[in-house]
Design a protein around this ligand. Structure first.
Ligand code: FAD
Length: 455
């Protein structure tokens, strides 16, 4: 135990402080600033986009209803997609069918995805964030929260200027891990409530130079089997490699997503089981194991898969992909039943239709389709016991299974837009975020492109 006391001389003042610049944080900051709040976003890496950029993850998963009839996430998300497409670094989801190279030949919930280049997403976010009026600090990490009686007074941050504090009226936790809520003393839990199990991590990597005719020709020949049974791509080669002692990864598929550049693929196949994304040692081991697995998968692809003889390794993700850590105890816990059976919420602020996509710690995953779409209630973004904090993105209050649907990026952006708009509204109405006029929030969101159904 060590007591450490120091005066913080640099105190930055703002109205809204967004902690973390992933999909949720980016949309939160843009929405808060566009709705008139003085906004600062801090991000611990040097790039906006979080898992979409530093994590090399893609595509943006389905933003339509489960029947592929209606686009359910628009607003800031759609603007980002259109801008990235105009730069040649994305394909708008309206143009992307299921069972294609862009969706990894998956069927359920894999229609209308948005393929992109992570670099283009980063550049578009670099333009959109300052244009909204929000301020930004990169390489800046939240390291502590000073709270009194359930109200956050300061966020303590660290960067090249060492330790500073930020004083804001409203804080939006978009760290992915509910870091701010946890540091503020709000109650959280890890993974599945009953077991503490968290979904496995994945270190993404990219390759290019596949022979598309050979590679996709092989998958086309298996299309019926892949589409009807949700069979794993290329399991038939993995079996062979396993028998030859050349495959020792806890996964039975080579999961590839073609980007908007033909022949350039994002590979979502490494699997690090049993690691806790809130533990520094586990994260460190996951990077090392993730990079080892990535090279093993690359070599397997070169040796076994059609069209891969001349593939090139492009890059590892610079940030490990963490699917699940903390969930906040909020004012409403979104249940698996709510997701699957479309519970109506008077305080709905986002609508989504992606399946429950549960990566398990021993096989390739379990997919459960939702009934067309479902809603995210505002109360699930409000941590119990902290009155000037909102949480957006994967740690909102919901069951581990429910999170396996809403954690994907279009929904995180829709939640971010709702959180940022709610923060600005709370300032205008001079009330805490839990006391805003929700119908007014919904009207503002709809005016700004969001889709809210059944509220
Ligand atoms: C391997 C993997 C594959 C996935 N595949 C897909 C997919 O194909 N399509 C899809 O739509 N979704 C996919 N997802 C889900 C999705 O990418 C994430 O759940 C989503 O990005 C979460 O968004 P977020 O904004 O909540 O968090 P994140 O994207 O994790 O962003 C959090 C940001 O906060 C920053 N941060 C964290 N802590 C701090 C701190 N203390 N101080 C300052 N900054 C901090 C981080 O650097 C990061 O930029 C995948 C996830 C993983 C891990």
């Amino acid at each position: 135990m060590l007591n450490y006391t120091k005066k913080i001389t640099n105190v930055i003042e703002t109205e809204v402080l967004v902690l973390g610049g992933g999909p949720a944080g980016f949309a939160s900051a843009v929405a808060a600033a566009r709705n008139g709040a003085k906004t600062l976003l801090i991000e611990k890496t040097g790039v906006l986009g979080g898992t979409a950029t530093s994590g090399l993850v893609g595509p943006f998963m389905c933003c339509y209803d489960n029947d592929g009839e209606e686009q359910l996430v628009k607003g800031i998300f759609d603007e980002l997609c259109c801008r990235a497409e105009a730069l040649g670094g994305a394909i708008h989801p309206s143009k992307v069918p299921a069972m294609s190279s862009f969706s990894g030949y998956h069927k359920i919930s894999h229609h209308n995805v948005t393929p992109y280049l992570s670099e283009t997403i980063a550049v578009v976010m670099d333009e959109m964030l300052p244009a909204s009026g929000a301020d930004l600090l990169f390489d800046t990490q939240l390291i502590d929260i000073i709270a009194e009686n359930g109200t956050i007074k300061y966020a303590v941050i660290a960067n090249k200027e060492f330790i500073s504090a930020v004083k804001a009226d409203v804080y939006i936790d978009c760290s992915g891990d509910a870091d701010a809520a946890y540091l503020a003393g709000a109650e959280t839990w890890l993974g599945a409530k009953e077991t503490g199990t968290m979904q496995p991590m994945t270190l993404m990597f990219e390759i290019d130079n596949i022979d598309r005719d050979e590679f996709y020709g092989e998958l086309d020949r298996h299309k019926e089997e892949l589409g009807n049974n949700f069979t794993n791509c290329f399991w038939w080669y993995i079996e062979k490699a396993r028998a030859a002692g050349e495959w020792n990864i806890d996964r039975n598929e080579i999961c590839t997503f073609e980007t908007s550049t033909p022949g350039r693929l994002k590979i979502n196949t490494t699997r690090i089981c049993g690691a806790d994304g809130t533990k520094a040692c586990d994260i460190t081991k996951a990077y090392i194991d993730g990079r080892r697995q990535a090279f093993a998968i690359f070599n397997f692809m070169k040796k076994y898969l059609p069209g891969c003889k001349d593939i090139r390794f492009l890059q590892f993700a610079s940030r490990i992909g963490v699917r699940e850590t903390r969930h906040i105890v909020g004012k409403y816990e979104l249940s698996t039943h709510d997701i699957l059976h479309r519970t109506r919420f008077a305080d709905a602020v986002a609508t989504f239709g992606y399946a429950i996509d549960l990566h398990t710690n021993n096989s390739s995953g379990i997919f459960t389709a939702v009934d067309k779409y479902y809603s995210i209630p505002y109360r699930s973004m409000l941590p119990a016991g902290c009155d000037n904090l909102l949480v957006a993105g994967r740690p909102i209050c919901g069951s581990s299974e429910a999170a396996a649907s809403y954690r994907v990026m279009p929904c995180c952006m829709a939640m971010g837009q709702a959180a940022g708009t709610a923060a600005a509204l709370s300032l205008q109405q001079k009330v805490q975020v839990g006391d805003i006029d929700v119908p007014q929030l919904q009207a503002l969101l709809k005016n700004q492109g969001a889709i809210i159904k059944d509220a």
